[in-house]
Ligand binder design. Structure first.
Ligand code: HEC
Ligand code: HEC
Ligand code: HEC
Ligand code: HEC
Ligand code: HEC
Ligand code: HEC
Ligand code: HEC
Length: 241
């Protein structure tokens, strides 16, 4: 099984390497997105109509025209990244139809970067890529915790840190509290007017993981209700839109 998988990966890597000269030459291959890779011309005659108001004028027809100012945040240093968020939400499912590889260079298991730029965010293999696509779609529009953050201009790396998230990754409390903390203030915000001790962030449970209640990419649930159904507490990100 392991050997089989490797052979497949090598075959794909070889196929990608073989196709690369074709793609960069702009030759429309079977793999091609609606326009040549990294080019935006097929859908946007110019950028003026889609760029935010007051944005500096941009020359060029491809992603390279953007990355000269918007250098990729490989080290995940930005406190938020509205550029990344808007580029993804406008173009990937469910709203858009672009393949990830319309803008990204990807050699399975080896690298994942931006077309025309050096540097890599990580090394997703095929299986990890499927997971990333699934989660990107959720983040773009699910109504769960992930998409509440996308709406606020928060990309994956602002929660997950440097490198591409993969199977079983999570976010520690400190990772959430760097934006929502300190804990005492969070608890103050959510103290009910009536029944002050029914506070989700200050209870007899003590210090527990945020993810016991706040799921990243699934329905969030108020754990208190497992034992106190009568509390009738509500939580953001509980329902699909
Ligand atoms: C397959 C067609 C297609 C391609 C290719 C495409 N776009 Fe778009 N783009 C769209 C559509 C559709 C929208 C949504 C327009 C709207 O909401 O009014 C959009 C929206 C945008 C927006 C506005 C996003 C926002 O939130 O305000 C920007 C900026 C943008 N595109 C830039 C680009 C760049 C840069 C490229 C090339 C890397 C590109 N697009 C390639 C179809 C495309
Ligand atoms: C001359 C430099 C420059 C170029 C080139 C450039 N931008 Fe920007 N862009 C900026 C600046 C400055 C801001 C505002 C600060 C920020 O958000 O980084 C900005 C902000 C944005 C935002 C809005 C973020 C928000 O706050 O909502 C989007 C979307 C965006 N740029 C898209 C693009 C796209 C797409 C391209 C390529 C077609 C591009 N930019 C090229 C300088 C540039
Ligand atoms: C329209 C172009 C475009 C498409 C399509 C696109 N991306 Fe991106 N992606 C970008 C740009 C530009 C960046 C760099 C943003 C930055 O770092 O500032 C980026 C960055 C990323 C990152 C870095 C992490 C982060 O938090 O932002 C990941 C992961 C990623 N893309 C995955 C995907 C996946 C998976 C798909 C397909 C579902 C996809 N992208 C489709 C343009 C695109
Ligand atoms: C609000 C912070 C936040 C943002 C933004 C976020 N995540 Fe997550 N992610 C989490 C949490 C929390 C978990 C832990 C699992 C859970 O509780 O749902 C998680 C888990 C994951 C996992 C492991 C899932 C599994 O099934 O094993 C992956 C992969 C992942 N995230 C990818 C992403 C990608 C890709 C993006 C951007 C499109 C993203 N995340 C944006 C918080 C976030
Ligand atoms: C990079 C900063 C950042 C990180 C990291 C982050 N958040 Fe957020 N979060 C925000 C912003 C900004 C908003 C939207 C504005 C607001 O409501 O505060 C938001 C919104 C929320 C909301 C919805 C609030 C509402 O009123 O709708 C919840 C719940 C939440 N975050 C929980 C979490 C959890 C749990 C984590 C860790 C897994 C986390 N956040 C990580 C910045 C962050
Ligand atoms: C026992 C379940 C539970 C745990 C654990 C939990 N929360 Fe919450 N959280 C809730 C509920 C319920 C709400 C909605 C209450 C409200 O908004 O009044 C909420 C609301 C929030 C909000 C939105 C607050 C606002 O402005 O309305 C943020 C941000 C948040 N939680 C972050 C966190 C972080 C960070 C952690 C971990 C340190 C955490 N939560 C742990 C249940 C929980
Ligand atoms: C595993 C079960 C369990 C969970 C989960 C749980 N509790 Fe409790 N809780 C109890 C038990 C047992 C008592 C003591 C018996 C009683 O008075 O109901 C209690 C008592 C209480 C009381 C005082 C009695 C009352 O009914 O007013 C409050 C307030 C309370 N819990 C709040 C919370 C909050 C807030 C959460 C979530 C952050 C939570 N509990 C989660 C089991 C649980």
């Amino acid at each position: 099984m392991f050997v089989m998988k490797r052979v497949v990966v090598i075959a794909i890597a070889a196929a990608v390497l073989f196709c690369l000269p074709l793609l960069t030459a702009g030759g429309g291959t079977a793999l091609a997105a609606p326009s040549p890779k990294g080019s935006c011309k097929g859908c946007h005659a110019d950028f003026a109509s889609v760029l935010p108001k007051g944005h500096p004028a941009v020359k060029g027809t491809g992603l390279a025209a953007c990355s000269s100012c918007h250098a990729p945040d490989l080290a995940a240093k930005k406190p938020e990244n509205a550029y990344s968020v808007r580029m993804h939400r406008a173009h990937i499912p469910p709203k858009g139809k672009l393949e990830c590889t319309a803008c990204h260079s990807w050699v399975p298991g080896k690298s994942f970067g931006l077309i025309g730029r050096k540097g890599s965010f990580g090394k997703p293999d095929k299986e990890q890529m499927e997971l990333l696509k699934e989660i990107f779609a959720s983040w773009a529009s699910s109504g769960y915790t992930d998409s509440l953050h996308a709406e606020a201009g928060i990309a994956c790396s602002q929660c997950h840190g440097k490198g591409l998230p993969t199977f079983d990754d999570t976010v520690e409390n400190a990772g959430c509290l760097k934006c929502h903390g300190p804990m005492e203030e969070l608890a103050k915000k959510t103290e009910p007017k009536e029944f002050k001790d029914r506070n989700p962030h200050k209870s007899h449970l003590g210090d527990i993981a945020c993810t016991v209640c706040h799921k990243g990419h699934m329905e969030s649930k108020v754990y208190c209700l497992d034992c106190h159904k009568q509390f009738g507490m509500k939580i953001q990100g509980a329902a699909k839109k």
